[in-house]
Design a protein around this ligand. Structure first.
Ligand code: C2E
Ligand code: CA
Ligand code: CA
Length: 656
């Protein structure tokens, strides 16, 4: 081991460790808070020593040198006082520390040389003062240089070695003792300083680590782990920042929500792993649109959001969103297969659609809902028309909670005809609501409003009670078909209430059919299955309504204990075309093969009826047979309806 290494281990490794990077900046910050004291201490001590030697030593020693020292100290103090270490780069801080270490060595040589030069003048008291000056000044320096241990060590080494040599050569026992004593004390102090510095470094490193972890946590809390995109929280943070900024300086921007059209069926068919791959690929494609003006995020599930600063060139923001939809529409490879998730978007522009973050989001969501309904795969921008519709919907929601609802609402019935017997075998109950100020409100509209505002349980039970009470007037051969909302089966409370109402009504449950739509089943398939089993145990029949309009009708027909299906009226529009006829024929065959009775809805013309008879259709419903009317009217016209079926239409070819 070299002597240098021995000294190094004796004192402490930390003393010589070159600190770098962010620690250097921190060192400089700490040093700055003490360095002013150091220069003050040096100046005061130098003045005191010069004072006791005034007249005893030459003027250049008692006045000239101290003046230079004080001037240097003042300049350095000013320099440190102006310094802003927090704003420095790491390299700058390191350079500064190096320069300070060198300067401290130079200054110690100057001070100790000066003190020794003075000790040649004056008597024993003055010489004693020199010794005290050197001892207290070096100890003071060690303290002030705690955060720059190499400099502290350099100062100690220079001063004590010089002082030791000076005293040893003087041959004066007292001075030799003072010098040895000072050396011992300073060595101990340097060791303590080195230990403290080690603690400082450990602490600073753990602070940096804690800061890094906190930053990492903050980053994770704001990003979506599956796609790597910013998450919902990050999206809303940015949205709020944008609404705040735009409130001060009008800077229009748009909020878009993108929702995959076929994510659920893909997830159901290919599994969750495939679903995740679709979301990841969607995230990747969306990320390509990110730039200074566009930021994207995953809002949850298969819903993504974008904030678009409106381009100054007035580019159409709807067109930008349509481009994004188009990119998301491109097929995605899942192993051997290609799937197309498709995407619809809703758009709300600040400030037209709203000024608050929540308001803008709700409006974009509203526009998205309209895209899904009316133009899948495209973007709908929130408009004044939507604004008016929202107002009406709010009014409808309020009216749904009114105590007068039960008086304003009624159930009309529409006949369903058996084409083999030309008899009405069933009536479908259809809700009608005439509000004193809002006028007639279409059932699909107020049912949807009731679902949204939580009034559906009350509405369904009110309507069912009314329908069953009317249905007791029907001849025994005619059953009642009643529509359930998609929310009803998901609520155990509603299912129990339905069973109770049927029991109380005295209407034979075997004459009752409940119509469900695919959305009711999609909401919570297991629950819906359980509810259906319960209801069927009472003898109630279950029909799948609007068959053929959803994505998975066929799979539900297989998986559910159904009693019948109702073919959606949209198929009637093309029935006259060969292709349309073939589709309906295929559906009818499909049902026949499964032994599943089916009713064709929306029959409006004699021509359609003729084709349906030819295809072997058994039951029909539609304006041609009869429009929805009050129960009393239907009962009055029953004979007329059945007679019409026999007289005006050719006798049915009976096909089982
Ligand atoms: P839906 O269950 O498919 O009912 C059939 C709809 O088609 C009724 O519309 C009916 O008036 C109409 N319709 C019947 N025949 C024809 C035809 O030949 N041509 C045309 N173009 N339309 C025909 P409505 O009464 O407006 O009801 C709309 C939807 O509202 C219903 O569709 C059903 O989903 C819902 N709804 C109606 N009443 C109730 C109810 O009491 N409860 C629940 N949950 N939903 C109901
Ligand atoms: Ca129906
Ligand atoms: Ca229907």
């Amino acid at each position: 081991m070299s002597s240098f290494e021995r000294v190094r281990t004796l004192l402490s490794e930390e003393l010589f460790t070159r600190t770098a990077g962010r620690i250097a900046v921190r060192q400089l910050v700490e040093l700055r808070s003490q360095i002013v004291s150091l220069y003050a201490l040096l100046s005061v001590n130098a003045c005191a020593l010069a004072f006791t030697h005034l007249g005893l030593a030459p003027a250049w020693l008692t006045l000239g040198c101290p003046a230079v020292f004080v001037a240097v100290c003042a300049v350095r103090t000013l320099h440190w006082w102006r310094m802003r270490p927090e704003a420095m780069s790491e390299a700058q801080a390191e350079r500064h520390l190096r320069r300070t270490t060198i300067l401290s060595a130079v200054l110690s040589v100057g001070f100790v040389g000066w003190a020794m030069a003075l000790s040649a003048h004056g008597g024993p008291y003055e010489q004693g003062h020199v010794a005290i000056f050197i001892a207290i000044t070096v100890i003071g320096c060690i303290f002030c240089l705690t955060h720059l241990p190499l400099a502290a060590f350099g100062v100690t080494l220079i001063v004590t070695v010089a002082f030791l040599i000076h005293c040893l050569t003087s041959g004066n026992g007292v001075f030799i003792a003072i010098a040895l004593n000072t050396t011992f004390v300073t060595v101990v102090m340097v060791r303590i300083l080195a230990n403290n510095f080690r603690t400082f470094i450990t602490l600073t490193r753990s602070q940096f680590e804690a800061q890094r972890l906190a930053e990492e946590n903050a980053r994770l809390a704001l990003s979506d782990s599956l796609t790597g995109l910013p998450n919902r929280r990050a999206f809303f943070n940015e949205l709020e920042a944008m609404t705040d900024a735009s409130a001060e300086a009008e800077a229009p921007f748009a909020l878009a929500i993108f929702d995959l059209d076929r994510f659920k069926p893909i997830n159901d068919t290919y599994g969750h792993k495939a679903g995740d791959r679709v979301l990841q690929e969607t995230g990747r494609r969306l990320a390509r649109f990110t730039d200074a003006g566009v930021s994207v995020a995953r809002l949850g599930g298969d819903e993504f959001g974008a904030l678009i600063r409106l381009p100054a060139d007035g580019a159409d923001v709807t067109a930008i969103c349509d481009r994004i939809c188009e990119a998301l529409r491109a097929p995605i490879r899942l192993g051997e297969t290609l799937v197309t998730a498709g995407c619809s978007a809703g758009l709300a522009v600040y400030p037209e659609a709203g000024r608050g973050a929540a308001e803008l989001f709700d409006r974009a969501d509203y526009a998205l809902y309209h895209s899904k309904l009316n133009q899948r795969g495209h973007t709908t921008a929130f408009s004044q028309e939507h604004e008016n519709a929202i107002r009406t919907e709010r009014a409808i929601e309020a009216a749904l909670h009114s105590p007068d609802l039960a008086r304003e609402i009624e159930v009309q019935v529409q006949p369903i005809l058996d084409l083999r017997t030309n008899r009405v075998v069933m009536v479908e109950g259809l809700a009608r609501w005439t509000h004193p100020t809002l006028g007639r409100i279409a059932p699909d509209r107020f049912i949807a409003a009731a679902e949204r505002c939580g009034a559906i349980h009350r509405l369904t039970t009110t309507l069912l009670r009314r329908a069953l009470s009317d249905a007791t007037r029907l001849p025994p051969g005619i059953g009642l078909s009643f529509n359930l909302s998609s929310h009803d089966l998901a609520s155990a409370e509603t299912v129990i209430a339905i069973m109770e109402i049927v029991r109380e009504s005295g209407f034979d449950p075997r004459r009752l059919t409940l119509e469900l739509t695919e959305t009711a089943l999609m909401r919570d398939f297991e629950r819906a299955c359980d509810a259906i089993t319960l209801l069927r145990a009472l003898g109630i029949q279950i029909a799948l309504d609007d068959f053929g309009t959803g994505y998975s009708s066929l799979s539900y027909v297989h998986r559910l204990p159904l009693d019948k299906v109702k073919i959606d009226r949209s198929f009637m529009a093309d029935l006259h075309a060969p292709r349309g006829e073939r589709i309906v024929a295929t559906i009818l065959d499909f049902c026949r093969n499964l032994d599943l009775p089916c009713i064709v809805e929306g029959v409006e013309t004699e021509g359609q009826l003729r084709i349906l008879r030819r295809l072997g259709c058994r039951s029909v419903q539609g304006y041609l047979i009869g429009r929805p009317v009050r129960m009393t009217t239907l009962l009055e016209r029953l004979d007329e309806i059945e007679a019409g079926a026999v007289e005006e239409r050719p006798a049915p070819r009976l096909i089982a």
